[in-house]
Every structure is written in structure tokens, then in C-alpha cells.
Ligand binder design. Sequence first.
Ligand code: NCD
Length: 304
Amino acid sequence: MDVVSIRDFSREQIEHVLKVAEKMVPIAKGEEKSNLLEGKLLGSLFYEPSTRTRLSFEAAMGRLGGRTLGFDEPKGSSVAKGETLADTIRMVDGYSDAIVLRHPQEGAARLAAHFADKPVLNAGDGAGQHPTQTMLDLFTIKKLKSKIEGNHVAILGDLKYGRTVHSLSEALSMFGAELTFVAPPTLQMPKEHLKRIESMGIKPKMSSSLEDAIKNADVLYVTRIQKERFPDPAEYQKVAGLYKVDMNMLKNAKKDLVIMHPLPRVTEIDPEVDATEHAKYFEQAFNGVPVRMALLSLVLGGSK
Ligand code: NCD
């Protein structure tokens, strides 16, 4: 099975992944050993920069006794000679048991899945989707809040170009969370996603005020303005640094507000916030390992 879009998953399937991920935690921490994926190879193709996603996939594979091959930037591969994505995928399909792909073009993972016989995992396709990030986000919320439904999640930042929030807001709607989208009007959630969310019976609030949104939030999901996706740098300058979560902003927050961020952050969360009980983004980043272990074991046929 491929992991291309969160839309391809039912709530039950996602819940199953989260359950398997929970069992993977001691192995992810190195406290228990596993050879579940011994002899398996993961082809890892990153056409865009990555730290957490690439390394946590590698960690996940390694902790389960499997191995990873691939590139972390296309310059050193035949992509630089003009090879098409379809051809590269056909090759790596023969060299590995599953393929994880990050690519700047929306739809790239779907295309790769078409050309590959082996399972393809989407590690981000342009401004499209980032389903494995969403699963680790859901895992984090469930762990910290004991359930997902009923929580009021405020999602802040670049909702137009941010793939993490496209996948996440659709998944949260599936689970019955309350949503507030906080962004300048030019970076609000695209209509396509709003329609999808509304079709699941969720009526998200739209706001441009972080101050207002923070008061009612149980979870504040902060994102970076996706500078690299702006066609016009002048447009980026207009919105850069517009929102900042700092100690002052947190004065009106609920005591048990959880702050998440897919990372990397630029200026949108003041480092002072790191020392508060609210800051859960590093724990969230760790959760990428057990969740990706669960996904890899499921698509590669190992079970735990
Ligand atoms: C995100 C991405 O690549 O979409 N990073 C990640 O995978 N954790 C978020 C971002 O780059 O802002």
C-alpha cells in the first residue's frame, strides 16, 4: 500500500497506525531491539531539503534492522543530467523494497506510485500533502490530550503553501476536532481544503488574530511561512515575521495549551517559549520515529 495522501486513509486505518506506533516507542528509543525489517531496503529520494523527515525515516528503518539507500539532494544523482522522475523511480523500485519521496512538485508522489510496484511513501510533495507528518502530529495530540476529537486546534501561519497543514486539517476534521485557521488573508487555507473539511461536517473559524485564537485553543499548531514557494519575493516580505508566539502572547493561553510545530522554525516561536510546559515540538519531532516505524512495518509486511 502507498502512503500518498491522508485522504487515502480511513479514520480506522489511521487509528491502527497510531496503535502500532505506540508499541514501537521502546524500539524507537533504543530500549528494545527488533529485526522486524531485517534485509529490507528503503529507497530514500529527497529532491528538497529535509532534516527530521529524512533522518527519522532512516532511524525508523535502522531501528527495525533494515537499511536505507538514496540521495538527500538531487545534484549528486542522475537527476542533474536530466533524468525524469519516472525513470529514477523505475530504477529505485528495482533496488529497494519501498520508496520514500520528497519532491517540490505537487502530485509527484502520486506519479511515483504509478511507476513503482513497491510502496511509495510521500514525504512532502510541493504545497500538496505530507501524510506521514500528519500521522505523527495526530500521535502527538492523542498522547498529550488522550484523544483527538473535541480538542480545539488553532493552526497558525502559512496555510496556503504549507503541506503539513493541508494534510493535518483534513485529518483533524475526520477525527472531529474544532478548527481555527489563523493567517493573513493572503495565506488562508485554500478553498479546495475548506470544501473537504466542511464536507466532513466541520465549520472552521477563520481569523487573522493570533491573540484571539490563542485564548480558546487546546493545541496551537504553528508553521513557518514557506518562503521557497512564493512566486514573488516581495510578497514573502509582506508576511514574513507577521506572527510570533512569545511569552507575552501566552499570557491569555489555557494552562494546558500544547504548542506544536512541524519544524524547522524561523522566527515564529520565540526560543523563550521552549522552556515552558506548552512547548511540545521536540517531543513531536521524536514521535516521527515510532510513527514511521509503524508505517514502514505495515507497508513492508512486518507486524508487531
Ligand atoms: C515541513 C515540510 O517539509 O513540509 N517540515 C517537516 O517535514 N517537518 C515543514 C516546513 O518545511 O516548514
